[in-house]
Design a protein around this ligand. Structure first.
Ligand code: DAH
Length: 342
């Protein structure tokens, strides 16, 4: 029995390093553990043997408990050291530069144009990209079956619901919502959709900016003044513009604005196709039908509207040759705009 106890001690001490500490305690010192099991055999011992074995048993228990306490202390201190190491900040370590994102070039152009119009006293509005036929066409003087609807190939979701083909429906929405409050001076950036095949100059989804003014006595000369100042704020103080007659169902009269070619200044180059001018936006006096659809009294109120494509202006400003570049999100391209201030 004595040998059994001594062998038990040797094995237990050996396994102390291998077992989980609590598992070891249960296995060797627990109520149903190895030591308790051997000690239950003492009942069969003679009166002379019992105190001798009892002494050995106590020694073995004391040894195991001592080893347990020592092992626990060792593990605790090792864990504390690890924790301390993890919490220590090495102030000599070189800093890591955080990766900074950059404003997308289209967003940059939108912000610049918004800022110019805000300077004129306009406020920024937006509207839904999933739009009703009523606002996208009908209220803009484009009744069903009007041939001018073909100017914009449309993604229809249902017969009445579509992806807006331009930002002009926000004109109709704002007129309806604000009526009869005046004046209106809003600028509206946003994404629009057309059933176009993507190529270097077309994208099925692109950005437009719309502007709308409605007030007493607004005249074409007000539009022209705003356009000239806008062009000069955007492209430089001596920028020239010209207006050409055009057609849009929601304006009458309508015009398109060209800027003097910002590359050749009129001498002729491939960008302006040797005309010296670059078309930049559509505009006109708000058609009375549009004002009426919004509930406005056309006998006392007039207005003008402007619509432009953001990608086109961005391509000109930053000399990007393919519109798809804006949507590839190639970090190498985007990073070039990180340091640009305008
Ligand atoms: N909505 C027109 C388009 O997408 C652009 C436009 C032209 C808007 C003239 C206007 C405008 O507000 O007056 O082609």
């Amino acid at each position: 029995m004595k040998n059994k106890l001594l062998a038990l001690r040797d094995v237990a001490l050996l396994r102390l390093e291998q077992l989980d500490l609590e598992a070891w305690r249960v296995e060797y010192l627990g109520k149903k553990g190895e030591l308790a099991t051997v000690l239950r055999g003492m009942a069969t011992l003679s009166a002379e043997e019992r105190p001798v074995i009892g002494l050995v048993a106590n020694e073995v228990r004391a040894d195991l408990e001592e080893a347990f306490v020592a092992r626990k202390a060792e593990l605790d201190s090792r864990q504390a050291a690890l924790r301390e190491q993890a919490e220590t900040i090495d102030v000599t370590l070189a800093g890591r530069t955080p990766y900074l994102g950059a404003e997308h070039p289209l967003r940059k152009v939108i912000r610049r144009i918004e800022d110019i119009f805000i300077g004129f006293g306009f406020t920024v509005e937006d509207g839904p990209e999933v739009e009703l036929d009523r606002y996208n066409f009908e209220a803009l003087n484009l009744p069903k079956d009007h041939p001018a609807r073909d100017m914009q190939d449309t993604f229809y979701l249902t017969e009445e619901i579509l992806l807006r083909t331009h930002t002009s429906p926000v004109q109709a929405r704002t007129l309806e919502r604000r009526c009869p409050e005046t004046p209106i001076r809003i600028v509206v950036p946003g994404r629009v959709y057309r059933r176009d095949d993507d190529d270097a100059t077309h994208s099925h989804a692109f950005m437009q900016i719309e502007a709308l003014v409605v007030d007493h006595g607004i005249r074409m000369s007000d539009l022209k003044g705003i356009l000239l100042q806008f062009a000069r704020d955007l492209f430089g103080a001596d920028q020239e513009i010209r207006l050409r007659p055009s057609f849009f169902p929601f304006t009458e009269p309508s015009a398109e604005m060209d800027i003097r070619c910002i590359y050749c200044h009129g001498d002729g180059c491939s960008t302006c196709k040797h005309t010296g001018w670059i078309e930049i936006l559509g505009c006109g006096m708000v058609h009375p039908h549009v004002l009426e659809a919004g509930g406005y009294d056309t006998s006392s109120l007039t207005g003008f509207a402007i619509g432009m494509g953001v990608e086109r202006i961005a391509m000109l400003s930053y000399q990007v040759e393919d519109i798809r570049q804006f949507y590839l999100n190639d970090v190498r391209l985007l990073e070039q705009f990180a340091t640009l201030t305008r």
